[in-house]
Design a protein. Sequence first.
Length: 341
Amino acid sequence: MRLVAFLLLAGLTACNWSDEDLLFPRRIPGDAVHLRVPGADYYESLTGQALQGLNACDRGDAKDIISCQARAVAGMLNTVTFQLIGLVNKVMEARPSKTRAGVRVWGPWYDDAEDRTIRFELRRDANVGEGGFRYCAHLARGRKQGPFVDRNVACGRDADGFVEVFSGTFSLEDARGNDVERSLGTMDLNLSKQQREGLNDRLRPLQKGHFVFTYDTTGGQQTIGIDLSEVVDDDTGLPASARYTYHRDAAGAGLMTLSLEMVGRLSQVDLLARWNAVGALRVDAHGQDGVTVDVRGWECSDVDGEFVGRHYQWDASRDLPVGNPSEAQCATDLPPTPPGW
């Protein structure tokens, strides 16, 4: 990803921090916003040869295993999130190019490979909360040079040819502490705006659309919301959007929901995953087109990740136990089903 690589050039500068610099955050949480769906870590740890049995998510029939889909979505969103957090953290570890009270600026730097100029800013913002910060990345076409080339640019404001394509906020649960694992924040990546301005980037796997991420890891729990909009489906060329919610309590029990809205296929696909503190999992799926199609399925697995029961309305031949699926096999101490399910 050229944007990340180029911003890391700031790290070549030696760091001599002022007293105020030391009060600015050095990083935002990474592992604390990891989407942990039971079983995902297990599959990531196995090789292709070791994957065996009913839960092998790399096999041809895995497209119908809805727990595999839940893990795959979590993995994709983790990748995007970690890339963005990694970008911000690497920049903030480096010495800023400009400093003034409550504001730090890195750049502008010229990216000759993409023929554009990059600027990153971090500033105190009381609107975010006590001890809160706001950060942003601006891009401009071509080479922007000179000490005052970005003098009118700031987070939340496009000016002097610079366009904001990435922004975020950050505040600690304890404004006087340094525990980034207990914090609140947002991230907003607008690749649609970036494309409209002709400022292409190669961030993968999310290549187009608008990505909005909110998180709250205060009190030992984890609550995350992710919205994807203005995305174009690669197969149909038609617009699609998604809403992802995730909550995990301090004991480890949790749930995730995923709602996909598409044009040209099923109009709505919903996934719901719920798990208890020891990792027993239930995943439900619902698809509809609003007229003729309304299908449901469910899967339940134990703490070892093995299926104890499943039923797909679209393919009853794969029921477990064979011919006699029973939801009574599922764990009973799961978080409650959200309204609408």
